[in-house]
Structure formats: C-alpha cells, structure tokens
Design a protein around this ligand. Structure first.
Ligand code: F6P
Length: 347
C-alpha cells in the first residue's frame, strides 16, 4: 500500500443498524473533506459493497442533513468476507475482490463502522495490507477496548421509556410484566434500562439465574403488598431456544407462582429512529477522530474513548473480544443493596 499522504477514503457501515451511524458517516466525511481535503466514497451494504465494488461518491452536500437520521444512508449487511464456508474452507474470492476494489478505486484507507464482527473483519483486512480505521457502534455496548459505543445511549432511552410505560399496566392489573431487551452476549442494555426504568428483577446473560430465585422475589414482593413486578430480561439469558426468553420466564413465573404474567419483546424498536444528543456527539467525535487518525497514518486501529479521551486501539487487540457486564460492577452491587434482584440470590 502507498505510504503517500492519504487522499481518497472509503466509508462503510456493517452489522446491525443503530442510531448515530449517519452522524458518524457525517463526522468522518465532513472532517476528511473540509479539514484534510480528502475525497470520500461510501460503500453500500457493509462489506458487500467492498466485495462488489458497489459505492457512491460522497460530497459534502450529501453529508448535510443526515445528523439526526436513524439507520444508515449507506445501508448495512452482516456479510463476513473471511467466514468459513463448507468443510472449514474459506471463500478466498471475497478478500481478493476487496483488495481489487481497494486498488481499483485508489483508496488510501477504509473506515469500517460497526461492532465486534466488523472490527474483526477490519483487523483481517489490515493483515491483508489494507489501511483500515474502525469506529465502534452498537446498541449492545459490547465492543472491547472502548468505554462506550454510540447507539447505546439511544437504545437505553427507548428501552427505559418502554419499561416506564409497563409500570402502569403492572400496577393497574397487579401483574408481573416481563420485558425482553436486546443483547445476546452482553447485558449492558438490560442493566442500564432496567435500572433507569426501576425494574424489580433484571436478568443478564453474564449472571447465572435461577427461576425459583426469581419467583421467590416476586412472592416476597406480593407478601409485602406489592402484587406487581417488572422483570427485565436480556434476550441472551439461558432459555430453551423454541421460545423467546420473555415467554419462557413469563410461563415459568406463572407456573410456579400462579400470578398473572404478560410479556413484551421490545425488538427492533430499540435500534430505530433518531439518535439522542449524547449519541450524536459521540458519533461525531468518533468520526472526526477517525479522519484525524487517517491524516496521521494511524492505520490498523479502532478509535475508542476512555475516560472521555479519544484514543487509537490496535484492531488486532479488539477482534474476537467482548466487553461484558462484570458481576462485581459497582452498579450491580448498588442495585442489589437497593433490593433489585438479579435472579441469583438463592442459587
Ligand atoms: O448487535 C445488535 C443487535 O441488535 C443485538 O442486540 C441483537 O441480538 C442482534 O443485533 C440482532 O441481529 P439481527 O438484526 O441481524 O437479527
């Protein structure tokens, strides 16, 4: 790859969409064009766009008016070009096509905006000789190496508001309301929205729960003249795969306690719509810093934030790791001291 000063860069968004992607695209693009005089293109549909040379030129005018938009103007996909295909074999054509696209378009760097999978792929592309810079996004907040990802704050807001709204039916009907929050591996979103929304029981993938423990908590609330409860469950908690986590927990609570239960699976509402001001700012800061990183030749890195300071973390360190909720986190301990159950008190 050329060691010359970077001039032409590509941007892609990969993995699940989340609020703030357009703010990040705008942050990278505007800084690259206005401050550094670079040319910017955008690849459509994540890594598929790189494989298929499917792209659009991004001028400054196209980057205006997108700050508040949800989703991504570039589209996204879960394409993983290095994924094993049959018999443990890799489809070598895809990485080859990506290198071809990169060279054909005279790129100096590709900015890959995404979660863990996206960072892993970006790291592998770096090993193939491409200049890459990663920007971490996801409502799950589980990207290793940074304190926070954009998308998370918006999702916490949506999930919290949803939990707030469940309190009225829980109280009016004296029911147990179960709400399932996204997060397969990491329970950050369930933890934050559960605490912000005043959940009585919060079940996270990182903390082993026991259904009898959950029921004991509900029964003790009942005996203390609180015949209603809010149970916040992360989608990734241990449960039979033939039903949702919320349905499983609702049925189990009803079976053991006889109390009326209802479940809500919040789903994609959590990933939709306009980003919060915090996410707009975070995505903008990440984007601007990514452009600066390119100008400074800090390739093979992910931009990250630690103690409110922007830094570059080697992509090699990020790929394949997850940032999970530590059961000893002060926030978890504080919640326990206030009587919030994590379903593991009587294991
Ligand atoms: O990574 C974000 C996320 O929304 C997870 O919380 C969720 O488990 C997953 O994506 C769903 O992915 P998909 O939309 O591809 O089914």
């Amino acid at each position: 790859m050329s060691n010359a000063k970077p001039k032409r860069i590509g941007i892609l968004t990969a993995g699940g969409d989340c609020p703030g992607l357009n703010a990040a695209i705008r942050g990278v693009g505007k800084t690259a064009i206005v401050e550094y005089g670079m040319e910017v293109i955008g690849f459509n549909a994540g890594y598929s766009g790189l494989i298929n040379k499917d792209y659009i030129e991004l001028k400054e005018s196209q980057l205006s008016g997108i700050l508040t938009l949800g989703g991504t103007i570039l589209g996204t996909s879960r394409e993983k070009p290095f994924k094993m295909v049959k018999n443990g074999q890799k489809d070598l054509h895809k990485p080859e096509k990506i290198i071809q696209t990169y060279n054909d378009l005279n790129l100096d760097c590709v900015v890959c905006i995404g979660g863990n999978g996206t960072m892993k792929t970006a790291s592998l592309l770096g090993k193939e000789g491409l200049n890459v810079v990663g920007i971490p996004k996801t409502i799950d907040n589980d990207v290793w190496g940074t304190d926070v990802t954009f998308g998370f704050d918006s999702a916490v807001q949506i999930a919290t508001e949803s939990i707030d709204r469940l309190h009225t039916t829980a109280n009016s009907h004296q029911r147990v309301m179960i709400i399932e929050i996204m997060g397969h591996h990491a329970g950050w979103l369930a933890l934050y929205s559960g605490l912000a929304g005043g959940g009585d029981i919060i079940l996270l993938p990182e903390l082993e729960y026991n259904i009898r423990s959950v029921c004991k908590k509900i029964e003790s609330r009942y005996e203390n003249k609180k015949p209603y409860s809010i149970v916040v469950v992360a989608e990734g908690i241990k449960h039979p795969k033939d039903k949702s986590a919320a349905t499983y927990i609702a049925e189990a609570i009803n079976t053991y306690t006889g109390i009326d239960t209802r479940e809500t699976v919040l789903g994609y509402i959590q990933r939709g719509g306009s980003p919060t001001p915090m996410d707009r700012i975070l995505a903008t800061r990440y984007g601007a810093y990514a452009a600066e990183s390119i100008a400074n030749g800090n390739f093979g890195t992910m931009v990250a934030i630690r103690n409110n300071e922007l830094i570059n973390v080697p992509l090699e360190e990020v790929g394949g790791k997850l940032s999970l909720v530590d059961p000893n986190l002060p926030l978890v301990q504080n919640a326990r001291k206030m009587g919030v159950s994590f379903g593991d008190e009587y294991l």
